[in-house]
Design a protein around this ligand. Structure first.
Ligand code: PEP
Length: 249
């Protein structure tokens, strides 16, 4: 039985003060049945880490550099994240792929670096609207998955979560129907079976992301292969994130 995993990606939002306020509200909501993670912007990680001490809420980062240290102006390294008690990093988010041109190769290097330093990873995959309309959703997602996981040993798979996020559903208010999302989740799980085996595929958590809200989370999570959510917009307010965190309470 897979434990549901709800993650909030705050993207480029919240000052340190605002981040502390939101993290405090989530902390005060008490513990959840589900695994919960929040990913504030880099500037608020330290302060939010203090707020989360003693809670079960996991601290995540939204990205990470390709190298451990050195001449990478403007980047944040895995060592710096570890230093701030970060447990998880989101890699391959569609905004990183499509706005900042991150390739599967870059994402794969980051994944292996994160695993070397014992960070958990959420690997995001998902097709654009054009790719979906031309019947390429499955092949695009499969390629991102296979390339992203190159060199990842099965022993490290428990540290990986996959987030299926159709690009056309992110921040647009459009959600994939639960059945459409589940169909792609099944493709992902089948590929994990081929790559690693049945036991590993049964255990891996596959989140859905794309305009998840309190009003649609229950139907999405009811699908057989949807094991959680990666939430953007609705993660920015306690009044919308707490009901998602506790959708099955
Ligand atoms: C995301 O950023 O990963 C996301 C799914 O955003 P939203 O929930 O706003 O669509």
């Amino acid at each position: 039985m897979r434990r549901s995993y709800i993650a909030g990606n705050w993207k480029m939002n919240k000052t340190v003060k605002e981040a502390v306020t939101l993290a405090t509200e989530l902390k005060e909501a008490g513990s959840s049945k589900n695994k919960i993670m929040i990913a504030p912007p880099f500037t608020a990680l330290s302060a939010v880490s203090e707020v989360l001490k003693g809670t079960e809420i996991i601290l995540g980062a939204q990205n990470m550099a390709i190298a451990e240290s050195g001449a990478h102006t403007g980047e944040i390294s895995v060592l710096m994240l570890k230093d701030l008690n970060v447990d998880t990093v989101i890699l391959g988010h569609s905004e990183r792929r499509h706005i900042y041109g991150e390739t599967d190769e870059v994402i794969n290097k980051k994944i292996n670096l994160a695993l070397t330093h014992k960070l958990e990873v959420i690997l995001c995959v998902g097709e654009t609207l054009e790719e979906r309309e031309s019947g390429k959703a499955e092949s695009v997602v499969t390629k991102q998955l296979v390339e992203g996981l190159k060199g990842v040993k099965s022993g490290n798979l428990p540290s990986i979560t996959i987030a299926y996020e159709p690009v056309w559903a992110i921040g647009t208010g459009k959600t994939a129907t639960p059945a459409d999302a589940n169909a792609i989740h099944k493709v992902i799980r089948k590929k994990i079976t081929e790559l690693y085996g049945e036991k590993e595929a049964e255990a891996i958590i596959i989140q859905y992301g794309g305009s998840v809200k309190p009003g649609n989370v229950t139907d999405l999570m009811a699908e057989s292969d949807i094991d959680g959510a990666l939430v953007g917009g609705a993660a920015l307010k306690a009044e919308t994130f707490i009901p998602i965190m506790n959708y099955n309470k």
